[in-house]
Design a protein around this ligand. Structure first.
Ligand SMILES: Cc1cc2nc3c(=O)[nH]c(=O)nc-3n(C[C@H](O)[C@H](O)[C@H](O)COP(=O)(O)O)c2cc1C
Length: 363
C-alpha cells in the first residue's frame, strides 16, 4: 500500500508517542519550535474506547485538521476492539495506525497489551490484521524483547513478516525499562534482518537519540529510514531543527535557505538556528506562552487539571541565569494567567545575541 510513509524524507524524524505529553497541545508547541516529519499521538486503549467511547479517551485523539502526517497510537489485546478504534481513527482524519507493543506499564501488561504482546506473538499478528480494516497503513512500536536482548531476532523477525509499513524499535527490553543506555550497537543487525525479511518495511530507531544531528549520524551509520525522538524534546524543544555541526570547527550551521527565499524568511531562519543551537530565554518564553494559550484553548476537552501543566515548565525555564528560582515561582502558581504575568515581569530588554548565538551568526 502506498501511503504517506513513502513520501517522507530520508532519514525522517518522528515525534515519539508519549502518554500525557504528545497531546494536541504539545504537538503544536513542538511543530512551532521545529517540526518533525511525522508525529504520533499518545497511546489510546482500544478496549476502553469500545466500552466507554470518548469518555474513556479523554481527549487523547483530538487533532487539528492541519496536523499531517499524524499517526494514532493504539494499545490493547482484543483484535475486535483494535479494529473498531482503528476505523474510528481513520474517520477522525489520522494518516496511520501504530500499535503499541512495548509499553512496560503494569496496567498495560496486566491487560495483555503493551510489552506483553512480545509474549503472545500470534495475538500481536491478529491485532495487526484487525487494524488493517481501517484501510490505513499499520506500523508497530516495540522493544527488543521482554526479558532478554537475545529475543530480538525472533520477535522482530515475526513482526517484519507481517508486511507492516513501519517498525519502530525502542532499543531496550521491557525488563530494562529506561534504566540502561539504549542498545544502538544492535541497529546494524536489526537493519540486516529487515533487509532480509521485509525490505519495504521502514525501520525507525528509538531510544536515547537527543536531536536531529545525533539522529542523522545514526541513520547514516546504519542506513536506516527514520529516527524517533521522545525525551530529547524535554531537553530542547528545538530538537528537530536542522542543524549540522561542522567537522573542523565547533560552530553550528544551518543548511542555507533556498535562493528564492525572501530575505525576511532567511533572517527568521537564522533566528531559529540560534534558538535550536542554544535557545535564548526569549525563545523559550515565547514557546511557553504558546503552550499556555493552547492549554487554555483545549483544556476543557482534554480534562487535564492545571497541575499537569507544571511538568512542562522545566522544558522552558531552563539553561539561563535565574531559571531555578523562576521555576520555583511557577510551581506555586494556580492558573495560566498567573504564569503569564510572572513571565511578563521577568522579561528584560531582549538580549538578542547571546555568546553562543554570536558564534552561529559569525559563521
Ligand atoms: C512520559 C512518557 C510517556 C510515554 N508514553 C508512551 C506511549 O504512550 N506510547 C509509546 O509507545 N511509548 C511511550 N513512551 C516511550 C517513548 O515513546 C520512547 O520510546 C522512549 O521514551 C525512548 O525514547 P527517547 O529516549 O527518545 O525518549 C513514553 C515515554 C515517556 C518519557
Amino acid at each position: 500500500m502506498v501511503s504517506f510513509w513513502h513520501t517522507l524524507p530520508r532519514p525522517f524524524f518522528a515525534l515519539a508517542p508519549m502518554e500525557a505529553v504528545t497531546d494536541v497541545v504539545f504537538r503544536h508547541v513542538i511543530a512551532r519550535a521545529a517540526a518533525p516529519d511525522v508525529s504520533f499521538s499518545e497511546f489510546t486503549n482500544a478496549t476502553g474506547w469500545v466500552h466507554a467511547g470518548d469518555r474513556a479517551t479523554g481527549g487523547r485523539l483530538i487533532k487539528t485538521e492541519d496536523e499531517h502526517p499524524i499517526v494514532a497510537q493504539l494499545w490493547g489485546s482484543e483484535p475486535d476492539a483494535i479494529r473498531a478504534l482503528a476505523i474510528h481513527c481513520r474517520e477522525l482524519g489520522y494518516d496511520g495506525i501504530d500499535l503499541n507493543m512495548g509499553c512496560p506499564d503494569k496496567s498495560a501488561i496486566r491487560a495483555g497489551g503493551g510489552a506483553h504482546m512480545i509474549r503472545t506473538p500470534d495475538l500481536a499478528y491478529e491485532c495487526i490484521t484487525a487494524a488493517r480494516f481501517s484501510g490505513l497503513p499499520i506500523s508497530v512500536k516495540t522493544r527488543l524483547g521482554y526479558t532478554s536482548i537475545d529475543e530480538w531476532p525472533s520477535w522482530l523477525g515475526g513482526l517484519l513478516a507481517q508486511d507492516i509499513a513501519a517498525l519502530t524499535v525502542h532499543l531496550r527490553t521491557k525488563k530494562e525499562m529506561s534504566k540502561v543506555p539504549a542498545h544502538h550497537e544492535l541497529i546494524g543487525d536489526i537493519k540486516q534482518l529487515r533487509d532480509q525479511i521485509a525490505p519495504h518495511t521502514l525501520l525507525i530507531a528509538n531510544g536515547d537519540i537527543d536531536n536531529r544531528a545525533h539522529g542523522v549520524q545514526l541513520a547514516e551509520q546504519y542506513s536506516i529510514d527514520g529516527i524517533m525522538i521522545g525525551r530529547g524534546v524535554f531537553r530542547n524543544p528545538f530538537a528537530f531543527r536542522n542543524i549540522s555541526r561542522t567537522a573542523d570547527t565547533s560552530d553550528l550551521s544551518l543548511e542555507p535557505p533556498p535562493a528564492s527565499t525572501p530575505s525576511g524568511v532567511a533572517s527568521d531562519s537564522i533566528a531559529t538556528v540560534r534558538a535550536a543551537a542554544d535557545p535564548s530565554r526569549e525563545h523559550l518564553f515565547d514557546l511557553l506562552n504558546y503552550h499556555l494559550d493552547l492549554y487554555d484553548q483545549y483544556g476543557p476537552q482534554l480534562h487535564r487539571p492545571y497541575e499537569t501543566l507544571k511538568r512542562f515548565y522545566k522544558i522552558y525555564i531552563n539553561g539561563f541565569e535565574g531559571a531555578a528560582a523562576l521555576r520555583d515561582r511557577l510551581m506555586h502558581t494556580t492558573c495560566t494567567a498567573e504564569v503569564r504575568s510572572i513571565l511578563q515581569d521577568t522579561r528584560q530588554p531582549e538580549r538578542l545575541v547571546t555568546t553562543s548565538a554570536m558564534k552561529v551568526s559569525n559563521f
